[in-house]
Design a protein around this ligand. Structure first.
Ligand code: XIL
Length: 346
């Protein structure tokens, strides 16, 4: 065999071995992304993100291609957006907005009123009800005005209830009483009537005292004409606590109240180390959770709380736990990723 033919044969063999055979004339279509697959069901599939990750090009490439929606993980929180009273800073949030716009992603606004990640100027003194009401209204309306027309949802109030369904004794509740929730919704709606206004919480996946409290509250708010339009189920699950088997029924009972539902912060953590068995269970849970959303017409989409274990918040908050997301620390898809694709029809 002449040298050149020998080389061609050899390189073809190498290519084949590497799975890199030259593309046939009719090339296989590019596999659909999670965003594209979800869109066929009229839902979005998204991922949270955070500013420190914006130096990681490989991370950004997947964030921008695989996901049709994003949520700033921290950039829109009170301590970041109003670090001094009346002085607003949307620089970090704008970085996320610019990325989202460039990649045609919807953005969920997170979050206007929450007991965590508040600036010291707000928590380190006491307020009269009138003072705090003015501060809260100004915070909400300034932030909503800034992003007007650019976010699809606002998590207006985050984590308002305790596990037993009683109101969380936050600064806002203690100073203003439960009416702060209706006020917050009305103030936000006054500025951006097109953003869907959500209440958002964790441990409300299934039916229980905490989700019951939201069900009653939303029913009452609706009856009072308060602009509540969505219920956000964070979905921070853990393998050791079991899967919420009634998540679909729970979503449906909120839909039946006339609000939409979103899975806003899905992750499924496990005690480390991850094993093939645990990762297989995790994959089933992700699939079942996404399946529940697909089965409920008013479930508008699913957001994972970042997409890679490289940037998950879990290990820092739940020591000894982790591996909660559909991609591993090397940005390689895990069984969970493949299971989600399959449920979406990929
Ligand atoms: C988390 C962020 O991911 C972390 O980076 C931050 O240190 C703490 O907050 N519920 C919420 C989110 O509504 O805002 C939280 O995000 C996770 C729990």
């Amino acid at each position: 065999m002449p040298v050149s033919r020998h080389l061609i044969a050899l390189s073809a063999a190498v290519c084949l071995a590497a799975g890199l055979a030259a593309a046939p004339a009719t090339a296989e279509p590019r596999p659909r992304t999670l965003a594209e697959l979800a869109k066929k069901h009229h839902k979005y599939f998204g991922s949270a993100t955070d500013n420190p990750e914006f130096t990681d090009a490989a991370y950004l490439k997947l964030l921008g291609s695989e996901f049709g929606q994003t949520t700033p993980g921290n950039a829109m929180k009170w301590e970041t957006t109003e670090p001094r009273r009346g002085v607003f800073d949307f620089t970090a949030a704008e970085e996320v907005m610019t990325f989202a716009k460039a990649h045609h992603q919807k953005v969920r606004g997170h979050t206007l009123v929450w007991h965590n990640q508040l600036p010291a100027w707000l928590t380190e003194r006491s307020w009269t009800a009138d003072e705090l009401r003015a501060v809260l209204k100004n915070h909400i309306q300034t932030e909503v005005r800034h992003f007007k027309g650019r976010v699809i949802h606002w998590d207006v109030v985050n984590e308002a209830f305790n596990e037993d369904g009683t109101y969380r004794e936050s600064l806002f509740y203690k100073t203003l009483g439960p009416g702060y929730i209706a006020d917050a919704l009305r103030w936000a709606h006054e500025i951006d009537p097109h953003a869907k206004l959500y209440l958002n919480d964790y441990n409300v996946d299934g039916i229980g005292p905490k989700s019951d409290a939201y069900h009653s509250l939303i029913k009452q708010l609706k009856a009072d004409g308060v602009p509540v339009e969505g219920f956000g189920i964070q979905g921070h699950l853990a393998l050791q606590y079991g899967f919420p088997a009634d998540v679909r029924q729970n979503m449906q009972r909120f839909a039946d109240l006339g609000v939409e539902v979103a899975v806003t912060e899905l992750d499924i953590r496990m005690p480390l180390p991850a094993t093939p068995e645990k990762l297989a269970t995790q994959a089933t849970w992700y699939a079942d959770y996404v399946k529940a959303c697909l089965a409920v017409e008013k479930c508008v989409g699913v957001t994972v709380w970042d997409y890679t274990d490289k940037y998950s918040w879990i290990p820092s908050v739940f020591p000894g736990e982790g591996a909660a997301l559909p991609y591993d620390e090397n940005l390689t898809p895990k069984p969970a990723y493949h299971a989600i694709r399959k449920v979406l029809g990929g």
